[in-house]
Design a protein around this ligand. Structure first.
Ligand SMILES: Nc1ncnc2c1ncn2[C@@H]1O[C@H](COP(=O)(O)OP(=O)(O)OP(=O)(O)O)[C@@H](O)[C@H]1O
Length: 710
């Protein structure tokens, strides 16, 4: 997950945060739901228990009542005659026998007429007689059970009928209470749900704010031997790299006081993982999580967050480590350069270090290639093709500016001594030649693990010199078909191109740089024949005196050196097409010894001059045993008129003996001295070339607009 601090629409962030953190909330919700179900279950169970309890109460009540009544019954044997005074002869004592005993006693003891009772029922069966009297005073019917009644069922029944009424009144109350509890539970459930969603929302906002703060405030603080310290919200977090880095880079010195080395050292130093150790006890996650209580019950959402942050930072740290691990020297400025480049993978290379400080870790996560796509849209228009890959036209998304984009493999890398940054070789040299007039202007570069995209300037009417020469060859063939024999390119024009080329090379040499791959397809010319030198992928330092073996190709290879090359190749490998590998140290050494950069450069310039003067197809050069001899014979055959001064220059450059070839500087001096004279002669001879004549023949090679040749 990656959240941009610049992202204006919080919904996305919210969503992103949610996806990370909702899991925890979901767990929490589930828990609360479980609690609710628990309460409900408890209520249901409780109501069952209550019912059971009530029936038990009833039972106990019945039994108690029974006992009580039985006791009462035994007492009432005596009391009935006292309380109840039947009329004479009416008292049936059972078995049909009429009582006739002691009536006087009874009468004596009672005041029958004054008693409020009226007998309503009597004599139910053997040994049991029930008397029911109306209690007029209390307006109720009182039950009275004969003392001789033995069967408790009847008593119970009688009791129940009287007393159950009361229990039955109690039952609806209990039922109402149960319903009340149920209702409360049901009502609180949605409230709890609502509350949970509120919590979620608050939580989201807290997380969002937190992430935004982290995004803005999080930054790299320092890199130390076996640890990286990363400062987030004024807290420092330590990371252990895979391999120790042998230099200390303190990018923000004031952050250093936060470093807690002891804490770090307590960790297992042999661990092969990045360790995450919060620098302070009261670290941010404690602050945030405290709202959500017990960590075991509710998983700590920030733990996940930090593991996310950790992995994000890890990515960047790997790059720092990769770069720092390659032996960058101790220096604040170097560290800045390393880290600025490393952590800002994706930030345009021209960004200043100051602005990197505020750039958030999330933003840093955008890869370099993402940034390329943000800035440019690649077109299908292929501007050219070389050994290293294709060159395409691209357009800047912001300004519509057309640029050339060369996609190369990240194989040859050079470490910059000043900044310590590792560059693909071509970029390294392009940056160096940026301000030298006539050299291709570098704009930017982007990269991933395997490829680099080099963005350079582009001009609508550029055409590579070899394509131009090919066009001239076609034109020449057409002219020859019609029996026309004349110069295809005037010496003036050839020298205009050549002089520019030599002065660019001379300036490069002044800066200590050797192009080492001077070929017609590595030069671009525009409609005014202004020359731009491109393709610096095999460039090197003049002082190295090392000529890259890739130069060993047919005509670009000086004959004297060819012999040595042939000898070496034939002897060692019995082939001429051996592809050099770096492991071939011996061969390399041989090459270095034989091919000094200066004479080799002069030879290459001589070949280009010959190509321009002769305008001959590839077959001509390939069939020639010796280039200089072939050129000489062609000039002597008068098929191509070359003025003596130019011829002299040409053969000086193509001298068999490397030591006799002039230096670039000498060639330039020669041209400056003789050019006015040559041009003057040309004008005199009226050999001015009309480019309009060939213009109609030349098709646009690239770009949207046709090339106009004047
Ligand atoms: N900036 C540019 N604008 C227009 N065309 C370009 C540009 N850069 C390169 N090209 C075209 O692409 C071709 C290949 O470019 P370049 O020589 O840099 O690639 P390479 O793979 O290094 O080739 P080489 O085989 O010479 O080493 C050039 O010959 C040229 O025609």
């Amino acid at each position: 997950m990656c959240i941009s601090a610049n992202m204006k629409n919080p919904v996305y962030i919210n969503k992103a945060v949610s996806e990370v953190e909702y899991k925890n909330l979901e767990n929490m919700t589930l828990f609360i739901q479980k609690v609710m179900v628990g309460i409900k279950t408890a209520v249901y169970r409780a109501s069952g228990i209550l019912h059971y309890f009530m029936s038990e109460v009833k039972r106990i009540f019945d039994n108690e009542l029974l006992n009580h009544l039985q006791k009462l019954e035994s007492k009432s044997i005596k009391s009935i005659p006292i309380d109840v005074v039947p009329k004479d002869g009416d008292l049936d004592l059972g078995n049909g026998a009429k009582s006739n005993t002691n009536w006087k006693n009874y009468k004596k003891l009672s005041c029958a007429d004054s008693l409020p009772f009226r007998k309503t029922q009597e004599s139910i069966g053997w040994n049991q007689t029930t008397y029911q009297y109306d209690d007029h005073l209390n307006n109720r019917t009182e039950m009275c059970i004969s003392a001789r009644m033995k069967n408790p069922v009847y008593i119970k029944k009688a009791v129940s009928e009287v007393e159950y009424k009361q229990l039955e009144n109690l039952t609806p109350i209990i039922q109402k209470v149960m319903v009340g509890i149920n209702t409360v539970v049901y009502r609180t459930t949605p409230i709890m749900h609502y509350y949970m969603s509120k919590v979620k929302r608050i939580f989201d906002n807290v997380m969002l704010k937190y992430l935004q703060k982290v995004a803005v405030l999080g930054e790299f603080s320092s890199v130390y031997k076996s640890m990286f310290a990363v400062s987030i919200r004024n807290r420092t977090f330590f990371f252990k790299p895979l391999q120790p880095v042998d230099a200390l880079y303190v990018v923000k010195p004031h952050v250093k006081r936060h470093l807690n080395f002891n804490q770090f050292q307590q960790r297992d130093a042999s661990s092969d993982r990045y360790e995450f150790i919060p620098g302070c006890k009261d670290s941010l996650y404690v602050e945030t999580i405290s709202h959500f209580g017990d960590e075991e019950q509710y998983p700590n959402p920030n733990k996940n967050l930090f593991s996310k942050l950790k992995s994000k930072i890890y990515l960047d740290l790997r790059r720092i480590q990769e770069m720092a691990g390659l032996g960058v020297k101790k220096s604040m400025s170097l560290a800045k350069a390393v880290i600025s480049r490393a952590v800002c993978d994706g930030v345009p290379s021209n960004i200043s270090y100051a602005s990197i400080g505020t750039c958030n870790p999330v933003k840093r996560l955008r890869t370099s290639m993402d940034m390329f796509n943000d800035n440019y849209s690649l077109t299908q228009i292929k501007l050219g093709h070389g050994r290293n890959g294709d060159v395409f036209l691209a357009k800047g998304k912001k300004n519509g500016r057309k640029v050339a984009v060369k996609i190369v493999k990240l194989e040859d890398r050079i470490r910059d001594e000043i900044s310590g940054i590792i560059f693909p070789a071509e970029i390294y040299w392009l940056i160096r030649v940026k301000d030298i007039p006539g050299c291709l202007k570098y704009i930017d570069y982007y990269f991933d693990e395997t490829n680099a995209i080099i963005v350079t300037e582009f001009q609508e009417n550029w055409i590579s010199l070899d394509v131009f020469i090919k066009k001239m060859i076609d034109f020449k063939e057409q002219q020859q078909k019609h029996g026309i024999r004349e110069n295809w390119l005037t010496e003036c024009l050839v020298l205009k191109i050549f002089q520019q080329l030599v002065s660019i090379v001379a300036k490069l040499e002044e800066c200590g740089i050797a192009h080492k791959d001077l070929r017609a397809n590595n030069m671009l010319i525009d409609v005014n024949f202004n020359v731009t030198l491109i393709d610096f992928d095999v460039a090197g330092k003049m002082e190295d005196e090392l000529t890259n073996p890739v130069l060993i190709y047919d005509r670009w290879f000086p004959p004297s050196e060819i012999n040595s090359y042939h000898r070496t190749m034939k002897e060692k490998y019995n082939t001429l097409n051996y592809d050099f590998s770096e492991s071939d140290k011996e061969i390399m050494e041989e090459m270095i010894r034989v091919y000094a950069i200066g004479p080799m450069t002069t030879w290459s310039l001589g070949v280009i001059l010959a190509q321009l003067l002769l305008v001959e197809p590839d077959t001509f050069w390939e069939s020639a045993d010796s280039i200089s001899e072939a050129v000489e014979s062609r000039i002597l055959s008068n098929e191509c008129s070359v003025s003596p001064l130019v011829r002299k220059l040409l053969f000086m450059c193509l001298n068999q003996d490397p030591n006799k070839r002039p230096s670039t500087k000498e060639i330039l001096d020669y041209l400056n001295l003789n050019l006015p004279y040559i041009i003057n002669n040309q004008i005199k001879e009226n050999k001015r070339f009309s480019f309009k004549r060939i213009g109609s023949d030349i098709e646009p090679v690239f770009g949207d607009d046709p090339i106009v040749w004047r």
